[in-house]
Design a protein around this ligand. Structure first.
Ligand SMILES: NC(=O)c1ccc[n+]([C@@H]2O[C@H](COP(=O)([O-])OP(=O)(O)OC[C@H]3O[C@@H](n4cnc5c(N)ncnc54)[C@H](O)[C@@H]3O)[C@@H](O)[C@H]2O)c1
Length: 167
């Protein structure tokens, strides 16, 4: 496989830093976008370039410089307590930040790989959940309608994910 130029948002965090390691090991050219609000500089592979930047701010200059072919979007406000205590802040990062990434990627013609679904969608399990396991009652799969709308709005392919529904 030929090397690609990739942006990994949240690349100083838990999941993002492992994605960065895997891409660097493949020989890809990797730029990390992370505000370091939770991530750590030392998590970022020396083979990647760290840009300390908030995804709520414009990213056009950075994307113009990097010219990514692929964007792995893993920057997130991932703390459930914060999402309950400060829902506006949560939405600004997770919703508007994501839309900004999609928009910027569309302008550059980059593919977006968006991966943010956790095991919580299966609820409290007594045994390890499988991908085919039933979702918890209060979970809605954001499948074709929403991801297609996002895809149509932004012109990039957005795979289906899942969100918890407030009850
Ligand atoms: N950790 C898990 O087990 C797990 C499982 C499934 C899905 N996920 C999802 O994967 C994503 C990443 O989770 P994680 O565990 O790596 O979280 P994390 O907190 O370790 O990483 C998130 C990264 O995003 C950065 N960030 C936060 N807000 C930012 C902003 N406004 N601008 C730029 N960077 C910002 C943080 O500094 C951090 O480095 C989340 O959407 C999470 O819900 C996590």
């Amino acid at each position: 496989m030929r090397p690609v130029r990739a942006v990994v948002t949240g690349g100083a965090g838990f999941i993002g830093s492992h994605v960065v390691d895997a891409l660097v090991a493949r020989g890809d050219e990797v730029a990390v976008v992370d505000s370091l609000v939770h991530g750590k500089r030392e998590n970022v592979s020396p083979g990647a370039e760290l840009h300390v930047q908030d995804i709520r701010e414009p990213l056009d200059d950075l994307f113009d410089e990097v010219r990514p072919e692929a964007v792995f979007h893993l920057a997130a406000q991932a703390d459930v307590r914060v999402s309950v205590e400060r829902p506006v802040e949560d939405a600004e990062v997770n919703v508007l930040g994501t839309v900004r990434i999609l928009e910027t990627a569309r302008r550059c013609g980059a593919q977006v790989i968006f991966s943010s679904t956790g095991g919580a969608i299966y609820g409290e399990c007594t045994t390890p959940a499988r991908e085919s396991s039933q979702f918890a009652d209060q979970v809605t799969l954001v499948s074709s309608p929403v991801s297609n709308d996002l895809g149509r709005a932004t012109g990039v392919s957005v795979p289906a994910g899942a969100v918890s529904r407030c009850s």
